[in-house]
Design a protein around this ligand. Structure first.
Ligand code: NAP
Length: 267
């Protein structure tokens, strides 16, 4: 597994993390066991970044993550998110306490504002986030779905801490972040956490066969390798299927050459 520095924190997170949207939703005990196994196997394969949110499966995603890692808490970097309806000061503090309880831990590694909400002053939200850091409940502060302007405002609203990451959609199929958000993250040394990096399971069908054969990669692996070709990007594919986790963990074992990335971009 390849690891990258989160923002300027000195903290290393795996280039390929694990997303957990819909984890905690299952039709059978078998499916539940599979989700726990997928997460634990991912960690065994070197993945340390696990992303969840208070709103995923109404909190059950956080519970599943908590259960999966309760004996290996020190090996994982848990990123979760406060919901947009909880951005007033007291709501942030309460939401964090509830997430900690569901996760079964006394600290969150990366606490992200899930979506911006212009009806709440960002200074109020960020003030609460800094209190959580001071208290030891949160280690680092991040945002999600923030534009460059909103990220700047959030950074200016902080007095002692920094915004270390912005989680946004990025995949071969959705490259809008390349115009402003990615160059900004590069310049300011923020990590871009790419969500839906496999285009929500719509695996590309027309990637150059020659390259896939040369590097013995599947199309899904090439998509993850491509989306993380910039050193400021990490990706959080969601995989509940164990063989997908294994495939994803192997996706950055080698790197394409710059002209080959260009070919994939066109593919
Ligand atoms: P995604 O990761 O792009 O795609 C997930 C789909 O791809 C699932 O159906 C999964 O199937 C399949 N898959 C995984 N690995 C595969 C492989 N190697 N080969 C073929 N198919 C594969 O989409 P996503 O779930 O939307 O995004 C990932 C994570 O980003 C979420 O879980 C969540 O943590 C985060 N997210 C954040 C936001 C936000 O607003 N911040 C929004 C959306 C998502 P199986 O499950 O069957 O393995």
């Amino acid at each position: 597994m390849e690891y990258r520095e989160l923002g300027r924190t000195g903290e290393k997170v795996s280039t390929i993390g694990m997303g957990t949207w819909r984890f905690g939703t299952y039709r059978s005990q078998n499916e539940r066991a599979e989700q726990l196994k997928a997460l634990r196997s991912g960690v065994e394969l070197g993945i340390n970044l696990i992303d969840t949110a208070e709103i995923y499966a109404s909190g059950r995603s956080e519970e599943t993550v908590g259960e999966a890692v309760n004996e290996i808490r020190d090996k994982v970097f848990i990123a979760t998110k406060v919901a947009p309806g909880h951005l007033h000061h007291d709501d942030v503090i309460r939401a964090c306490a509830a997430s900690l309880k569901r996760l079964g831990t006394n600290y969150i590694d990366l606490y992200q504002v899930h979506w911006p909400d212009s009806s709440v002053p960002i200074k109020e939200t960020m003030g609460a986030m800094e209190e959580l850091v001071k208290h030891g409940s949160v280690r680092y502060i991040g945002v999600s779905n923030f534009s460059v302007r909103q990220t700047e405002e959030a950074r200016q609203a902080l007095s002692t801490d920094e915004i270390v990451s912005n989680q946004v959609e990025y995949s071969l199929a959705n490259r809008y972040v390349e115009s402003e958000i990615l160059p900004y993250c590069e310049r300011e040394k923020l990590t871009l956490v790419a969500y839906s990096p496999l285009d929500r399971g719509h695996i590309a069908k027309s990637l150059p066969e020659g390259l896939l054969t040369k590097y013995r990669m599947t199309s899904a692996q090439a998509m993850l390798n491509w989306v993380t070709r910039n050193e400021h990007v990490v990706a959080i594919p969601k995989a509940s299927n164990l063989s997908h986790i294994e495939e994803n963990a192997e996706s950055v074992r080698t790197r394409f050459k710059p002209d080959e990335y260009e070919l994939i971009s066109k593919g």
